[in-house]
Design a protein around this ligand. Structure first.
Ligand SMILES: [Zn+2]
Length: 219
């Protein structure tokens, strides 16, 4: 059983132990505690009793869950796509719609989730279709803002196969808007990133109209 922590009253003791600026001191001080001990401390600060039955295993569950939800930091898109790039003689638009996406907003560490639509026009190479959802997960399983996630997916595809152009649209709902703050429960945030020929009509328009035909799209 973990011992009660003293992190909450540590500014004095930490500065006594470590030289250097305040930020470094805090990090060094907290570094002595395990992730589970830190979550246990947080539960106490939320006015909970970390020793009651229902919460005993919570720090360990949260640690595992957060490790999964942020595992994208340890993955890289080049590795994911290795072995999944194919030479083709095809120059029409490739579109993959309604890919499920779950991420955490970096401002509140609350979920945002929705659907991603990806299209590109090949220039000699395509990506194996099953790899596109995995590519999205590499970036979605990090702390994110929707705009950056959209851009990173587009840039990774551009870099991997250098197509004539790429378009990515993400439609998502943000728990931080729905559960707190403005409490706008029905609002969907739509972001897009267009590269190459997707910046121009008619390609851009063709892509957006194909996306609009998807079931329940709010575009
Ligand atoms: Zn947020």
């Amino acid at each position: 059983m973990a011992q009660p922590m003293v992190v909450s009253k540590s500014p004095k003791s930490v500065s006594a132990l470590h030289e250097g600026d305040a930020e470094t001191q805090a990090l060094v001080g907290l570094g002595e505690f395990s992730t589970q001990e830190l979550y246990r401390e947080l539960l106490g600060r939320f006015h909970e009793d970390p020793d009651r039955d229902g919460l005993l295993a919570t720090p360990s569950r949260v640690e595992k869950s957060m490790a999964f939800l942020t595992k994208g930091y340890e993955q890289n898109p080049t590795q994911i796509l290795r072995g999944a790039l194919f030479e083709v003689d095809y120059d029409e638009m490739v579109i993959v719609k309604d890919i499920e996406m779950f991420s955490l907003c970096e401002h509140h560490m609350l979920p945002f989730w929705g659907r991603v639509h990806v299209a590109y026009i090949p220039n000699g190479k395509v990506i194996g279709l099953s790899k596109i959802p995995r590519l999205i997960d590499v970036f979605a399983r990090r702390l994110q803002v929707q705009e950056r996630l959209t851009r990173q997916v587009a840039d990774a595809i551009q870099e991997a196969i250098e197509p004539r152009g790429v378009g990515v649209v993400i439609e998502a709902r943000h728990m931080c808007m729905m559960m707190r703050g403005v409490e706008k429960q029905q609002s969907t945030t739509v972001t897009s990133a267009m590269v190459g020929c997707f910046r121009e009509q008619p390609t851009r328009g063709e892509f957006l109209s194909l996306v609009r035909q998807s079931g329940g799209s709010s575009l």
